[in-house]
Design a protein around this ligand. Sequence first.
Ligand code: 0O2
Length: 210
Amino acid sequence: MKHWDQFLAPYKQAVSELKIKLKGMRGQFELDSSHSPIEFVTGRVKPIASILDKANQKGIPLESLEEEMQDIAGMRIMCQFVDDIHTVVNLLRNRNDLEIVEERDYISHKKTSGYRSYHVVIQYPVQTIHGEKKILAEIQIRTLAMNFWATIEHSLNYKYKGAFPSDIRMRLQRASEAAFRLDEEMSLIRGEIQEAQAFFTRKKELKQEE
Ligand code: 0O2
């Protein structure tokens, strides 16, 4: 157990630091009174049981976890609109505290399950008492609609262990298409939505100043 604690410590540190940094980006947009492409951020270290399961499924030897398992540290950035995802990816590309090593675009190329999301794999330097340690982390960037679908599908996947009954599989496909259309519809009235959100933010600020 001590071995796992030691192994996971830099991943835990990375997730804590990245949460602060990515949430900080949202705060900076708020200070600028401009639309934040980031709605909210979550992060987690993969549980040991899931690391072992995935290593087993993918034939990754435990000695190679650091190099071959890219999502032991996982971040999720949720956006309101599909265009925001590209803004966030560009913001990440311009940072000099992390290095992007791979991008996987499951938005232009959705998975057969119906899954859509943009994945960015980064190398992130963690400062430890033994010096710098670079670890891999995966940042998943998605809209609220994509996140809703993925969260539900993930729970059902857990229940059925991937072997969905055909009616559930069909409904998940239809739900994925509905989420896609929802994102499209919201993009079309993006201007209206942002105007209303700016109005309510300003109203809240004025109330706080009173
Ligand atoms: P968790 O932490 O429980 O979410 P693979 O596992 O082969 O599909 P790989 O190479 O690990 O893929 O990379 P990929 O596909 O970029 O990232 C895997 C992660 O993306 C998964 O992590 C999920 O978080 C998410 N994901 C990928 N495909 C799907 C999908 O069809 N449905 C849902 N709900 N999520 C998906 P894990 O390992 O499943 O773990």
